[in-house]
Design a protein around this ligand. Structure first.
Ligand code: PMP
Length: 306
């Protein structure tokens, strides 16, 4: 990743990709206190456009606030930096990674003289899952790892350190022949995937866990917006793992995973064992929206060329 041509926005300047470096004593590298975003730009008729940029930047600022990090840039500056990162790297479609991290001015948990740095990288990362997975769905296992408790770490912050939990769960799922993990909360209720929110459809009603320990997903919100437009009843509530087994349809949502059908959980086939009709409908609406093919949702796209 580090050895390539291009530019990375670092602390207000475009830096050649290979020179965007930080010291080994960078505080965030040691203790994980930092926050980031995962954002995507899609190819549209108006050129590359970033999907729900404002919402991602707002969440980045909320994460920094929760972690008590003072952002050294404004939201407008960060939005412009993200557009520039796509533009300067001549990308048509891109995954963007803004990150806020603490510098190397001091070490130890008490260090209080640390500079807050911000970076934005953008690169081409076509598909998080295989194209077949979007149609056939994926195999998931309930993780032996529990999603963070709301008072052990701050779940509303997309914090670097929180992702140890996600990686342990995902690696375990992959090692056991599945494609993704489903994490339960500390009380045993369904929380989310390693990097996705979850929805189930049962008897015409869409259900998704309420926002306790799961991340406030922007794709989750997009699906809730679509459900409202389609007059599909939605219940945000506690869900048990066996409710997923007996759902008519289930799917994950996330910026990277987009709208991803779940065909199996813990060896139990869900519904017809492939993408269900509502999942297909919502997935279609999502792809139309991100690719600028839906006039009604064009306000969610920010063309990087202005
Ligand atoms: N949960 C977790 C733990 C995640 O990392 C992500 C990805 N950011 C999501 C849910 C989905 O969030 P979004 O739709 O905003 O990408």
């Amino acid at each position: 990743m580090a050895d390539r041509d291009g530019f990375i926005w670092l602390d207000g300047e475009m830096v050649p990709w290979r020179e965007a470096k930080t010291h080994v004593l960078t505080h965030t590298l040691h203790y994980g206190l930092g926050c980031f975003e995962g954002v995507r730009a899609y190819s549209t008729e108006k050129g590359a456009a970033i999907f729900r940029l404002k919402e991602h930047t707002d969440r980045l600022f909320r994460s920094a606030h929760i972690l008590n990090m003072t952002m050294p840039f404004s939201k407008d500056e960060l939005n412009a930096a993200q557009c520039a990162a796509v533009r300067e790297n001549n990308l048509d479609e891109a995954y963007l990674r803004p990150m806020v991290f603490l510098g190397s001015e001091g070490m130890g948990l008490r260090a209080d003289n640390l500079k807050v740095h911000v970076m934005v990288a953008a690169w081409s990362w076509p598909s998080y899952m295989s194209p077949e997975a979007k149609e056939l769905g994926i195999k998931v296992r309930t993780s032996s790892y529990t999603r963070h408790h709301v008072n052990i770490t701050m779940c509303k912050a997309k914090a670097n350190g929180n992702y140890i939990n996600s990686m342990l769960a995902l690696n375990e799922a992959i090692a056991s022949g599945c494609e993704e993990a489903l994490l339960l909360d500390n009380e045993g209720y369904v929380a989310e995937g390693s990097g996705e929110n979850i929805f189930i459809m049962r008897d015409g009603v869409l259900h998704t866990p309420e926002l306790t320990s799961c991340l406030e997903g922007i794709t989750r919100q997009t699906i809730l917006d679509f459900a409202k437009e389609l007059n599909i009843p939605v219940k945000e509530r506690r869900i048990t793992r066996d409710e997923v087994y007996i759902a008519d349809e289930a799917f994950f949502t996330g910026t990277a995973a987009e709208v991803l059908p779940i065909r199996e959980l813990d060896g139990r086939v869900i519904g017809a064992g492939k993408r269900g009709p509502l999942t297909e409908k919502l997935q279609g609406m999502y792809f139309d929206a991100v690719k600028g093919k839906s006039e009604a949702h064009s306000q969610w796209l920010t063309p990087v060329n202005g």
